[in-house]
Ligand binder design. Sequence first.
Ligand SMILES: *[C@@H]1O[C@H](CO)[C@@H](O)[C@H](O)[C@H]1NC(C)=O
Ligand SMILES: *[C@@H]1O[C@H](CO)[C@@H](O)[C@H](O)[C@H]1NC(C)=O
Ligand SMILES: *[C@@H]1O[C@H](CO)[C@@H](O)[C@H](O)[C@H]1NC(C)=O
Ligand SMILES: *[C@@H]1O[C@H](CO)[C@@H](O)[C@H](O)[C@H]1NC(C)=O
Ligand SMILES: *[C@@H]1O[C@H](CO)[C@@H](O)[C@H](O)[C@H]1NC(C)=O
Ligand SMILES: *[C@@H]1O[C@H](CO)[C@@H](O)[C@H](O)[C@H]1NC(C)=O
Ligand SMILES: *[C@@H]1O[C@H](CO)[C@@H](O)[C@H](O)[C@H]1NC(C)=O
Ligand SMILES: *[C@@H]1O[C@H](CO)[C@@H](O)[C@H](O)[C@H]1NC(C)=O
Ligand SMILES: *[C@@H]1O[C@H](CO)[C@@H](O)[C@H](O)[C@H]1NC(C)=O
Ligand SMILES: *[C@@H]1O[C@H](CO)[C@@H](O)[C@H](O)[C@H]1NC(C)=O
Ligand SMILES: *[C@@H]1O[C@H](CO)[C@@H](O)[C@H](O)[C@H]1NC(C)=O
Ligand SMILES: [Cu+2]
Length: 795
Amino acid sequence: MRVSSSLLLAASFFYAHGALSAPSPDPKAAWVRQGRARKAASKNGRRWLNETSTPSIVTSCSESNYTKASAPKVNVWGGLTDIEAASVTQWLFAQPELNLTVSDDAGEWDNSVLLVELMHPNKTDVLSYLDNAGPAPPRYAHVVLDHRAAVDPYYQDILVGPIEPFGVKNGTTRWVPLEYPYTRKSDGRVRNLDADADDTLYSQWIYKISATISDITLDLWGGVALGRDNDTLDIWGIDPLWQDDGRVVRWDAFWSNAVDNFDTQTLLPLGLYFRSDVTGRDPSQWKLEGWYYNGIFYETTSAFRNAYYTPGFAKLGANVEGDWARTDQNGPTLPLDTSHPPASVAPSGSRFAVDAESKWVEWMDFSFYIGYQRDTGLSLWDIRYKGQRVLYELGLQEALAHYAGQDPLQSGTAYGYDCPAYATYLNTSFYVSETTHTHLNSLCLFEFTADYPLQRHSTSDYVSATKNTYFTIRSVSTVGNYDYMFSYSFYMDGSINVEVRASGYIQSAYYANNDEYGYKIHDNLSGSMHDHILNFKADFDILGTNNTIAVVNQVPVSTVYPWSNGKARNTMKLEKSYVESEDQSRLFWGANSATQYSVINKDAVNKYGEYRGYRISPSLGAIHLTVEDSSNLANAARWANHDVQVTKQHDTEPRAAHAYNNQDVHNPPVNFDAFFNSENLTQTDLVLWLNLGMHHIPHTGDLPNTVFSTAHAGLSFSPLNYLEGDPSRQTVNQVRIEYGGGNVSAVETFGQEQGSCAVEYTPVEVDLWNYKGDVVVRKFPFDPNNPFYETDSIV
Ligand SMILES: *[C@@H]1O[C@H](CO)[C@@H](O)[C@H](O)[C@H]1NC(C)=O
Ligand SMILES: *[C@@H]1O[C@H](CO)[C@@H](O)[C@H](O)[C@H]1NC(C)=O
Ligand SMILES: *[C@@H]1O[C@H](CO)[C@@H](O)[C@H](O)[C@H]1NC(C)=O
Ligand SMILES: *[C@@H]1O[C@H](CO)[C@@H](O)[C@H](O)[C@H]1NC(C)=O
Ligand SMILES: *[C@@H]1O[C@H](CO)[C@@H](O)[C@H](O)[C@H]1NC(C)=O
Ligand SMILES: *[C@@H]1O[C@H](CO)[C@@H](O)[C@H](O)[C@H]1NC(C)=O
Ligand SMILES: *[C@@H]1O[C@H](CO)[C@@H](O)[C@H](O)[C@H]1NC(C)=O
Ligand SMILES: *[C@@H]1O[C@H](CO)[C@@H](O)[C@H](O)[C@H]1NC(C)=O
Ligand SMILES: *[C@@H]1O[C@H](CO)[C@@H](O)[C@H](O)[C@H]1NC(C)=O
Ligand SMILES: *[C@@H]1O[C@H](CO)[C@@H](O)[C@H](O)[C@H]1NC(C)=O
Ligand SMILES: *[C@@H]1O[C@H](CO)[C@@H](O)[C@H](O)[C@H]1NC(C)=O
Ligand SMILES: [Cu+2]
């Protein structure tokens, strides 16, 4: 099912508008070239092009393969090898005290392994390796255990290692509770509220309750929810569960089941809810606490039943699936819409280099390593520009929609729709139930030329313009009912952009009494307001690790100048300051975009005496959570309440959140507030935690799906007094056209590729059939000679 829905991802727009069109062999262009012959070749390899004939056409353009490169160092964030993951898994099963059961056989009262992945090494060790020829940091596995063979079940993070070159060794390998990266010190443990969620207990509980009102569900919606295959109704509810006063409380709602493969269920709420106290693992102690329907709370089933059968009881209509809820083509064909839309081509092939094994990438003057983890997805490491590290780490920390916090699962990529057809693809892998799932081609890398030039200027004598060609690495993650698209882009002017887009089925609400929380968007449906907030970690290292945050405020002032005849002039000026400590480092974007934040290095002044740095600016949707001190989230998402937050880097504070923060919201493994303990932020190693997102009030245009064009947020990191000028002057992909008296007298093309080549354009559908499921490699029992286990559906 995921396969088909992923294939239907909203297409990004990839029009082939270059800033300037490619050399074309039309007569006017030929004339222009003749005109150039009057000038002599210039210095520095630049030349006037004086061919008078059409450039010869080579038979076909280059294939889009990247240049193969070798990473300068081992990618220490690149994940465990199959052999390493298998040996760790095997070793875990040999430790009697862990008392593990293979996932496939594990029930609610067995212990199992949830995750085996590479533990990111400490920054200090990595810098010594990268910069000072130190040894490669020791490799450890981060393992998550699901300890359910207990009355009080818990998850536990442990560290296993060190891992020797060919896996763990009996004797030298140890496991220890993983504690240092968390703000709560409890042996890496966090209670598990979901121990009984997967299978029978919770299901039995909710279906048993539902069975007591089958007559009502049949009467209202013509169906039942009893946990049978032929049910037309379903029941599910809030995440995280309410966790107040030591109790664990569920709220569940009735939904219509989708009648076909389309994922429409979140558009089909039915408006009946029930609350139950499910504290502890003994269902005989659980309690139904009431029903909620049409704005009225009934404390018991019989109170609800009596009301229901009282004459005059208002019975509300169902939400019924239809084409309005399906994403397929719908409506009359638009003019010319059946013709091929413009496509982008890469006539010289890919202009970047990749070490696919080590996952290292180099484009123009940028390079970085790629990391991938189950909970945070794609991350970029050791991002260098012109040989200097700008960011040690850049990546997503956590994503939440205000009603639920979940961790992303990677989804597959649809060729030609998520990325241009000529993109390069890499795989990502993560661990599930003693297997490694490899999402084939789930990261794409490509260059793209924007539909506007990076630079342009014209006078009566000349015009100059520069192509805006940038490089993007992109992944798509499915988080519940949404697909998120993450793009990191690198530009010729030295800037780096982070962008996220969301598309998919909204989680809607029943329309009754919901006016203050949304718009009515279909007959019986309300688009439920919610905030999407995504937190990114940006560990900047500007010309070293000792950095400072500069704040520049633009303010209106009234100033008397020596030349203003004693009168005040109303004007504006800059107020410059620095963020001194963690007491003042939780920031908001200023009103009227009047505040600039930048990461500078006070020990690195440019030749004009200004500090070199990178500016952080919102491009769109740099927001924080509207809800203050959320009752649902308590301490689990304290990262969500500001725009820009700055802390001193610590190996003990690698992540803003923990995957199981939702299991104990008052006392979560990582409470982001605890990172702020008054530390001095002057010329020290800084980490920025940046929020992006959307205040989403779905409207009719969100049906059937929210679209990437409006559900879009972005941040930009751009050089600030960092270089002596604009580095994009280096690109040859610019022109200067001289004219006078209405005629072009010369065209400077700076040594750009001149030839033409034929593009073979294959309709994209051919590639779509190559869409493949995950490659799954079993780790326990592991057979190194036959590691391939199965091809799974893409989740
Ligand atoms: C173009 O013409 C100039 C001036 O005649 C000459 O010096 C130069 O070599 C020519 N360039 C090419 C590419 O033929
Ligand atoms: C591009 O890569 C594919 C797959 O690795 C290979 O089959 C093909 O020959 C390569 N083409 C070129 C031009 O290197
Ligand atoms: C080990 O787990 C099993 C369930 O898989 C449980 O019955 C048993 O009590 C556990 N043993 C110990 C020593 O905890
Ligand atoms: C990483 O740093 C933490 C915190 O200082 C420390 O407890 C841990 O042992 C370090 N890990 C390694 C492998 O040195
Ligand atoms: C470690 O010891 C266990 C139990 O003796 C054995 O089953 C396993 O194969 C050994 N593993 C390695 C990597 O030697
Ligand atoms: C659904 O299946 C059950 C058996 O599992 C059967 O008793 C029942 O009649 C079926 N209901 C409908 C509406 O087909
Ligand atoms: C909405 O509810 C009404 C009854 O109030 C029902 O007649 C109608 O079919 C429902 N419409 C949809 C689209 O679900
Ligand atoms: C992705 O994985 C597949 C299957 O294991 C492999 O054949 C392919 O070479 C991998 N791609 C890259 C770029 O490593
Ligand atoms: C950073 O600053 C501290 C304190 O001024 C100094 O001791 C340290 O050497 C500096 N670190 C680097 C990498 O320059
Ligand atoms: C932070 O450290 C700097 C340099 O050591 C010092 O000048 C400054 O006063 C300190 N700021 C605070 C708030 O302690
Ligand atoms: C511009 O070109 C036109 C047509 O080729 C020509 O008639 C005219 O004299 C040219 N003007 C100048 C200033 O060279
Ligand atoms: Cu939304």
